[in-house]
Design a protein around this ligand. Structure first.
Ligand code: ACO
Length: 322
């Protein structure tokens, strides 16, 4: 039986910061509204960097942190909804930039759950015995999809990348992963891309923005996250007290707070960095895990659940011993 573990993590955010105060000059909003409804104070935005640039910096740090030789990496998966091109993928650009071998590299899109989807894929590929060491990255320049005239959404998002090296382990560390989707409610959180374009229909817009039914997303998130945590615990014969921490997708502090209260789990044991970065979609989970580790809130030997939801709808959760 092949087991898997987190070998190392890294993250990167652009240096340009957009505060709530800055946003009041762009749309009719206030620091008080944004803070009380979301917990967000600042977000980092890319001004002269692309998704590949953020991904590269996070990946370099993860490789250093794992203490591996990059030649050992035999698989690259990047989760993103904001690739710099339709093709090539961010993953192939990353393979080239890092000077990795001619290995398998591909992008996936599962919105804010993308990193959990990527983890599920590489975990099973390594457990199959076919691969040994994977680089997975969640990287987004979500602000390029932001409608800066829509106060309902523009206050929520930021840009970031988080990376992880996943490899074989002698003991069972990435213990269980749950993944799900429900496309029936896709319109609650959607970013249309290109309209059909052909010689007969050539005057349609080619760029759209994020559209969100905030209340429906809120209801879904506060139902699916506690349910995923409960399911992971139940099928692994664990209870909440066995967890040292929960690291949830950072979409809204109120969502995490409500999910924690629903579970009867202390909010202090849920890692939070949304005040600094806002919602960074697929980058949110690896960025939060990396910061939890670097701040000492997650230590080697700790058991934690990471859980996310996103457009699609999609969701995922993983039970991990770090
Ligand atoms: N500043 C001031 N007022 C605002 C703002 C703003 N930035 N945004 C909305 N409002 C107004 C609304 O227009 C509304 O005014 P009205 O009553 O006159 O119509 C009022 O505030 C209340 O709006 P609500 O929608 O009731 O606010 P709510 O308490 O639901 O909070 C929020 C909105 C924060 C968006 C919440 O619904 C939420 O967090 N939903 C989930 C969002 C989420 O997690 N999205 C994930 C995206 S993932 C991805 O996109 C990849």
């Amino acid at each position: 039986m092949t087991y898997t573990e987190i070998k190392g993590t890294g993250s990167y955010t652009p240096s340009k910061v957009l505060t709530n105060e800055d946003l009041t000059k762009i749309v009719e909003t206030s620091d008080e509204w944004i803070t009380s409804r979301t917990g967000i104070k600042r977000r980092h935005i890319a001004t002269d960097e692309y998704t590949i640039d953020l991904a590269e910096q996070a990946a370099i740090k993860a490789i250093q942190n794992a203490g591996i030789d990059k030649v050992d990496i035999d698989l690259v998966v990047v989760a993103t909804v904001t690739p710099d091109h339709y093709f090539p993928g961010v993953s192939q650009l990353l393979q080239a930039r890092l000077g990795l071998g001619k290995i398998m590299a591909f992008d996936i899109n599962a919105a804010c759950s993308g990193f959990l989807y990527a983890l599920e894929i590489v975990d099973k590929m390594i457990k199959s015995g076919a691969y040994k060491t994977a680089l997975i990255v969640g990287a987004e320049t979500l602000t390029r999809l932001t409608d800066w005239s829509d106060r309902n959404t523009c206050v929520l998002f930021g840009d970031a990348a988080g990376a992880m090296i996943i490899g074989t382990s002698e003991t069972d560390k990435i213990k269980d992963i749950i993944i799900g989707s429900d496309g029936d409610v896709n319109s609650y959180l959607i970013c249309d891309n290109v309209e059909l374009k052909n010689p007969y229909e050539n005057d349609k817009s080619t760029q759209d923005h994020i559209h969100m039914n905030g209340r429906e997303v809120f209801k879904f998130a506060t139902r699916i996250m506690p349910q995923t945590v409960r399911d992971l615990l139940e099928r692994n014969h664990l209870v909440l007290d066995d967890l040292d921490s929960i690291v949830a997708h950072q979409a809204n502090e109120r969502i995490i707070d409500k999910a924690a209260r629903d579970l009867n789990y202390p909010l202090e044991k849920c890692f939070l960095n949304i005040h600094e970065y806002g919602n960074t979609s697929a980058a949110s989970v690896p960025l939060a895990i990396d910061e939890a580790i670097r701040s000492g809130k997650l230590k080697r030997g700790d058991t934690f659940i990471t859980v996310a939801f996103g457009g699609g709808f999609t969701w995922g959760g993983a039970l991990i011993k770090y």
